[in-house]
Structure formats: C-alpha cells, structure tokens
Design a protein around this ligand. Structure first.
Ligand SMILES: Cc1cc2nc3c(=O)[nH]c(=O)nc-3n(C[C@H](O)[C@H](O)[C@H](O)COP(=O)(O)OP(=O)(O)OC[C@H]3O[C@@H](n4cnc5c(N)ncnc54)[C@H](O)[C@@H]3O)c2cc1C
Length: 370
C-alpha cells in the first residue's frame, strides 16, 4: 500500500465517522442496535477485515482508532469480526479459507468470538462448553456469554473443551442446536448487540475444527486475543480523542460567575493530562502496529502494554470529561456519558486490567532473572 493509498483510506474513514457514525452514536446506544445500512457501509468502505486485503496493521490500528472516536459499539464489532477473520486466515486449511474468507472480507458474513462462558472469562481453562467425539464428527454442548455481535454474527469462532484441553471450532449460526439469546442493558458498548450463544447437541464435522486439536490455547486463542487487544487499545485512543474534543469545546463555551471554564488552571490541568494520555497511548499503539507488521515477537508485549495504558487512560480521561461537563456530562445530550460507560468496558475486555498488570510484571521479572 502506498502512502497515498493509506491517506485516501484514512480520509474516507474519517469522513464516515464524522458524517455517518458520530452524529448517530447516542441513538445507536439508546436503541442498543446498529442499523443494517451502517454495517453495509462498513463493508463498502472495506473496513471489516482490511488486513485480509493487504492493509498493514499499523493502518488497521488507525482505522480502529477513528471508529472508536465515533462509536465503540461499532469498533467492538470490528474487533470480534477481525478476531474471527484473522484466525481463519492464520489457522485455517485451504478449504476453510476458501469457504469463509471471501464473505468475511466483504462483511456479507459477520464473525464473532465466543470464549467466555458464565463460569468465567479470565481463566479460559475453566470452560464448561464441551465437544465430544461421535463417529467422525463432534457434538458440542454448553453456553457462551457476553458474545459481542452475537445477535448478528453468522459464524462463531468458539472454544470448547476436548478432553483436558481447548479446541477452536467454526460454528455457523444456522447449525441446528444453536440458539442466540440477546443481552440488554449492558453498561457500555450497548449497541454491540451482545448475546448468549447456547449449544444444545450441536453436531459438527472435522471441517469445523480450526487449528490444532486440543491446542487452541497458545495458538488460535492467543493470536485472536492479540488481535483483539490491539483493536481495543486503538479504539481506546479514539475514546480519549473524543473526550478531549468534547471537553475542550464544552469548557471553551461554558461560563461560570468567575468567567469561562477554560481560563481556570484546574481545568487546564485535566486537559493537559488528556493531551498527554492521548499522545502516549497513540504512540504505544503505533509501536505495537509497526512491530506486528515486522512480525517481531516483541509485538506481543508491546501490545499488552499499549492495551493496558490506552484502556486505563481512556477510563481516566472519560471520568475527567464527565467531571468537567458537570451535570451536562451525566445527560445523554453530551457524548461524554456514553464515552464514560464505554471506556470502563475497555478495561475488562480482551484481558482485564489486572491480567495485563500480572502479565507485564511477569515479563519484567523474567527479563531481570534471565
Ligand atoms: C461488553 C462486553 C463484551 C464482551 N465481549 C466478549 C466476546 O465477544 N467474547 C467473549 O468470549 N467474551 C466477551 N466478554 C467477556 C470478557 O472477555 C470477560 O468479561 C473478561 O474476560 C473477564 O471475565 P469475567 O467477566 O468472567 O471476570 P472474572 O474472570 O470473573 O474476573 C472478575 C475480576 O477479577 C479479576 N481477576 C481475575 N483473575 C485475577 C487474578 N489472577 N488476579 C487479580 N485479579 C483477577 C478480573 O480482572 C476481574 O476484574 C465481553 C464482556 C463485556 C463486558
């Protein structure tokens, strides 16, 4: 991709966000739904899985940042669709790629990522969803919870226990025995159409197994989550940008008995923290993207750090943004209330803040004692 191609693509994404996404984000959030025509536009712009058509990861990160600036619910759909598409591309055999990738590329088929069950998400090894061998196929039973895009996805990248270990399966939504139960009233990313996916004697052939049998941990799951973390980190940068934009505009126009808010030093301190947090988060995401493009193993840790920093910074900036809006920040008339709820979710998904702290510190100890 030339520098000009990249700029044309990013300009188109920015225009889409400003004209078609951001003005309707509160409505989508209230309705807990993203309209079909919007999802179609994402496909027309080639944004569902741009890495499948040669767009470098650093640019994918910039796209997810822009979408995150407009609407974290849509960015969440891009995240899980990307995780499924990335996995088929990297772990699928020729037949699986031929069968699934064309429709995942143009978004006529949406993918979702189904790892977490009601039994817990931080430790996937506790998965209660099982896949048992029967003849030359598999029977899956269990329940997956909090599945982003679960209401609209046509293909689930789903993890189930095969014996003592986990295996990844590609489960078409229309397989008999699959039931989708929509989830409502979630704190943030409310329009990301979450669902529980219930599996009741779901019969699949060997062609549904993605990657090595019994080795999903460390292969399919790890690389999908790595993609997801990069997307969420980048989307968090977009949230910070949106918080900064909204707060600068509001404090410029809002006047108290002492004059305009923007003249107050305590207000400027919060703004300067947002600007600095935006810059550091963006730089960490770009570094992770560049290392990914270079297929450098250091990309994995750079990505953990980027996600940890960007998501915690987004939560802090969104809190400051609501604070500086006062009561107005608690109303749906200003986007900061939505940004505040969405930012909190970024600290939980694709590896919670605590898991990132554990992983980053563990790496430090390994490096020192090596
Ligand atoms: C909006 C939303 C969308 C989601 N989308 C998806 C999706 O598309 N697909 C999917 O599979 N899942 C999805 N999830 C689930 C998400 O991945 C899990 O919520 C997450 O992995 C945490 O798991 P849990 O909620 O079961 O928390 P638990 O594992 O029960 O953990 C609870 C708390 O304890 C902390 N904790 C856990 N272990 C430790 C430890 N060893 N040390 C210190 N603290 C610890 C955690 O950080 C967390 O704060 C989504 C969740 C939300 C809220």
């Amino acid at each position: 991709m030339t520098a000009t191609d990249t700029q044309v693509l990013l300009d188109a994404v920015r225009a889409f966000v400003d004209d078609e996404l951001r003005p309707h984000a509160e409505e989508f959030d209230r309705d807990e739904h993203l309209p079909d025509h919007l999802l179609k536009r994402v496909g027309e712009l080639g944004l569902w899985a741009p890495f499948l058509t040669g767009v470098p990861m650093v640019t994918v990160g910039q796209i997810h940042e822009e979408i995150g600036r407009g609407c974290s619910s849509l960015r969440s759909l891009l995240t899980v669709h990307g995780m499924a598409s990335w996995s088929v591309r990297h772990w699928g055999d020729d037949a699986q790629r031929e069968r699934w990738l064309p429709r995942l590329t143009d978004g006529s088929l949406l993918g979702a990522f189904a790892l977490t069950g009601p039994e817990g998400g931080s430790d996937p090894s506790v998965s209660a969803t099982t896949a048992e061998r029967e003849g030359d196929g598999w029977i899956l039973n269990g329940r997956k919870k909090w599945i982003t895009g679960g209401q609209v996805a046509g293909l689930y990248l789903l993890f189930a226990r095969t014996g003592d270990a986990l295996t990844a399966f590609l489960v078409p939504r229309d397989t008999p025995g699959v039931t989708v139960e929509p989830l409502h009233g979630i704190l943030g990313t409310r329009a990301s159409m979450l669902a529980e996916v219930v599996l009741d004697d779901v019969r699949l052939g060997d062609d549904a197994v993605l990657g090595p049998l019994g080795w999903a941990t460390g292969t399919v799951m790890t690389s999908a989550l790595d993609f997801g973390r990069f997307s969420v980190a980048s989307g968090s940068v977009g949230i910070i940008q949106a918080c900064l934009d909204a707060t600068v505009a509001y404090t410029t126009n809002r006047t108290t008995s002492e004059g305009p808010l923007f003249e107050r030093q305590l207000v400027r301190q919060k703004i300067s923290d947002m600007v600095t947090g935006l810059r550091t988060s963006r730089l960490l995401c770009r570094e992770a993207g560049r290392l990914k493009d270079a297929e450098d193993p250091a990309a994995i840790m750079a990505n953990w750090i980027a996600k940890y920093h960007a998501s915690t910074t987004a939560a802090a900036c969104a809190s400051a943004a609501v604070q500086l809006h006062g009561a107005a920040g608690c109303s749906p008339e200003h986007p900061v209330a939505r940004l505040y709820r969405d930012a909190k979710v970024m600290e939980i998904i694709e590896g919670s803040t605590e898991l990132q702290q554990i992983t980053i510190a563990e790496q430090a100890y390994q490096e020192v004692t090596r």
